[in-house]
Design a protein around this ligand. Sequence first.
Ligand SMILES: C[S@@+](CC[C@H](N)C(=O)[O-])C[C@H]1O[C@@H](n2cnc3c(N)ncnc32)[C@H](O)[C@@H]1O
Length: 395
Amino acid sequence: MVTAGDPFRVAGRVWLRPGREASVRRGHPWIYRGSLATPLGSSSLPVEVSSQAGERLGVALPGSSGASLALRVVAWGNEEWSAATLQQRLRTAVSLRERLGIDADAYRLVHAEGDGLPGLVVDRYGVYAVVELYEAAWEAYLDHLAQFLGTAVGCAAVLVRRPYAGRAPVEARVGAAPTGVVTVREGQLVLPVDLVKGQKTGLFLDQRENRRRVAELAAGCEVLNLFSYSGGFAVAALLGGAVAAVNVDASGDALALAREAYRRNGLPVVEGDFLRGDAFFLARELVAAGRRFDLVVVDPPAFVKRKGDLARGLAGYRDINHKALRLLRPGGILVTASCSALVGEAQFAGALQAAAVDAGRRVTVLERRGAGPDHPVALACPEMEHLKVLFCRVT
Ligand SMILES: C[S@@+](CC[C@H](N)C(=O)[O-])C[C@H]1O[C@@H](n2cnc3c(N)ncnc32)[C@H](O)[C@@H]1O
C-alpha cells in the first residue's frame, strides 16, 4: 500500500542512454550519471529505471546529488520496491549469517550490494546493531530497519552512523548508545569495542577470519602488528602461542583499546609493546635498531581511495612491505593486506614483489584470503571485493 510520505513511493522515471542497460541487466546495481538520458531530480525518493526502449530495469535509490554514482538499484526488473521487499532482503541476509555458523557475536549482518541492499551496512555487536548509511536516501528507511533489527534480530539498541555525511555523530535510534567500551567475542578472543568513537563501526570485522588464521600460525613467534588498531591480530597471535607482540598505530585511542584488549584476555600489558606513531617511520626505526620478528602483520588503511591515487598508493604498499620484509627473520611469515577496493590482487601482489626485489628477499604466497563470508560479494559487482590479504613465507 502506498501512503503519503511512503519511502517506497516511486517518485519518477529515468531513462538510460542506448546500450547502458547491459550492466544493469547483468545484475550490477550502480548507474553512473553519464549513463542517464534524462536528468535526475533532487529528490531522494526511489525512481524507476528504464532502458531507452522502455523496458523496466528496476527501481533505484538516488546517490548524493552531484556524485558520479547517480543511482543504486534496489529492485530488479518488475520486482516491486516495497516494505515486503526490504523485509525479505533483510531476512535473507540474517538467515545467511545463521547458516554460516560464525563463531563470534560480532559480524556483518548486511553487506550493502552483496546483500542486495546497496549503500546500506549493518554490523552486529552482541545486542547492539550499528547501521551505516552510505547514501542519504536510506534515511527514509530507518524506522523499517530499526523495527526489523529490534523484533526479528532481537537487538536491544540500534545505532546509526552516516558515512555519507562525513563525521556526523552516532545516533541512538533505538535504546541508548553504550556509555563506555562494550565487549564482544570473536572465537577465543574477547575484544573491547567503542561503538561511538571507534573506527569503522567499532571493529574491522572483515579481518575476523584472518585474525583466527594468524592465531593458528603464531605459536612460538615474535610478532609485529603494524597498523594494529585495537590489537586484534596481536591478541589472536598471543592466545595462539606467540611469545611476544609489538603493536604500532598512529592513533592513541586505538592503542588504548589494544591495551584494554590485552587486559580483557588476561595478557600482560608491557608499555614497550604499544608504539604510537607513523608505521612507516617506526618500522624504519625498528629496522635500524636491529629488531627482527617471525611474523609481521601489515594492515594499513586504504592507500587508494580514488583512481588518481593509484600510483602513489601502490608506492605506499611497496614501501611499507619493503620495511616489513626487512623486519622478518628468514623463514618468517608476512600477513599483508590491502583494503583499497581500487587495487586488484594482481596489482597488490606486484607491489609486494617489487618490495621483495628491493629488500633482496624471496616471497612465497601460502594463502590468498579476503574478508569473511559475512561480507558477501556479488560476482556482478566485483568493486565490492575490497580486502585482499596475502599470507606469505619469506626467505
Ligand atoms: C585497517 S585498520 C587496522 C585494523 C586492525 N588490523 C584490526 O584487525 O583491527 C588501519 C589502522 O591504521 C592506523 N593508521 C593509519 N595511518 C597510520 C600510519 N601512518 N601509521 C600507523 N598507523 C596508522 C589507523 O589508526 C587504523 O587503526
